[in-house]
Design a protein around this ligand. Sequence first.
Ligand SMILES: Cc1cc2nc3c(=O)[nH]c(=O)nc-3n(C[C@H](O)[C@H](O)[C@H](O)COP(=O)(O)OP(=O)(O)OC[C@H]3O[C@@H](n4cnc5c(N)ncnc54)[C@H](O)[C@@H]3O)c2cc1C
Length: 468
Amino acid sequence: MYNANALPPDLLDELRALLGDRLSTGLAVREHHGRDESSHPAALPDAVVWPETTEEVSTIARLCHAFRVPMIPFGVGSSLEGHVIPLHGGVSIDLSHMNRILALHVEDLDATVQAGVTRKQLNAWLHDSGLFFPIDPGADATLGGMTATRASGTNAVRYGSMREAVLALTVVLADGRVIHTGTRARKSAAGYDLTRLFVGSEGTLGIVTEITVRLHPHLEAISAAVCGFPDVASAARTVIQTIQTGVPVARAELLDALSMRAINAHSKTNWPEVPTLFFEFHGTEAGVAEQAETVQALAHEHGGTDFRWATRQEERTQLWAARHDAYFACLQLRPGSRSLTTDVCVPISRLAECIEATAADVAGMPMPVPLLGHVGDGNFHLLVLTDPDSATEREAAHALSHRLVLRALAMGGTCTGEHGVGFGKMGYLAEEHGEALDVMRAIKHALDPYGLMNPGKIVETEPQDARR
Ligand SMILES: Cc1cc2nc3c(=O)[nH]c(=O)nc-3n(C[C@H](O)[C@H](O)[C@H](O)COP(=O)(O)OP(=O)(O)OC[C@H]3O[C@@H](n4cnc5c(N)ncnc54)[C@H](O)[C@@H]3O)c2cc1C
């Protein structure tokens, strides 16, 4: 395998000739591209490049392939399982200069963008179109990174995740070939679904350079509500019934008492510091009123009190900004800590049981562990706030996370609902997928026989002789 910290001088020369000052080997730049938002230890790439077109990405891949040097696609590095960490060195391919919106088809409700466009950039650009892009991970991630991690967010319960949002892709393969997957048609039965293969592939199969996504029209009426509960399980039961009753709720987010305390301190709000659900309803005036009435009655049955409404745009913006800032707010519960962030997702009927058992498990932990999540999808997170200098705490945090994953798998769930595998969750894929993991390895081997694309993530494969 390629020897890290030894980028062949000829490769460096060729990349420099192609990119000029859009290549850097500076330490600060490499450090920035050597870690993500997780607590996983960093590792340095040997160089960072900033291509601007699919053709440049293709040339970079062709060169790295010829010299058998690893390539690690990089969006904004907001992932949480060590995804962008160059475990074997190599070239970090930063897509942030590929930030052009290429096409908007209002009448077909779709847009095509370069991979470095961020979700907020796209929505700001769509502002006057009557359309919006609903997928909203807490970070202002790139659409390339979101595609590669099959991301979702608070709206997924109604609008789906990147799995549903992506219609078509342009992808550069490990050897530099450029392929187009999918079309702008809403459905197709034409062969293997390569679009879905690349969605969630975390840069291990190729580099996504262009993405066509579905958009949605702004609906006539939107209202949001906040409701407190006596305990997290009662809040979860309310959500289960909401989903089972078929209420097309647009957002249903759970924050436990500790998360609410963190949000109040960070966002200067004064919500009651009890387990809380944040809801949002989209539709016609009458439809929204009906949805809200049904959910209010369900919440009441489960001990929910003090339904507070946010109907004005500014109130809703404040509410969801507070929710999106929850991760950073929670980190301030213990300044200097790093979060080990869990991400299980279970079938909706098992949600309350999983949360209740997890809350009991958390009660014995020596550090703050706020719980929050996109419970409308059966997905929730623990932020285990550990002292980065304490091996004992790190061990306790990993043990808690391990117990939680096993609990979720035993309930028919998954080790990661949205953050992805990176290298942090690799150890659980055999348990979750069984022999299907061998099929994943075979796919990886077919597309990247030298193991150059983001090596050491999702699946380990035996690279063929890597020397040129
Ligand atoms: C505060 C906070 C809140 C978050 N909330 C959510 C949430 O609600 N839902 C959710 O799903 N995630 C969430 N995340 C995780 C993270 O934001 C997502 O995984 C996001 O999709 C990563 O996008 P990125 O641009 O930062 O990608 P990066 O972190 O840069 O890369 C992620 C992975 O994708 C690969 N990649 C990046 N760009 C490309 C490309 N163009 N082609 C091929 N591969 C590529 C990388 O190699 C890497 O494996 C959160 C993270 C933080 C810090």
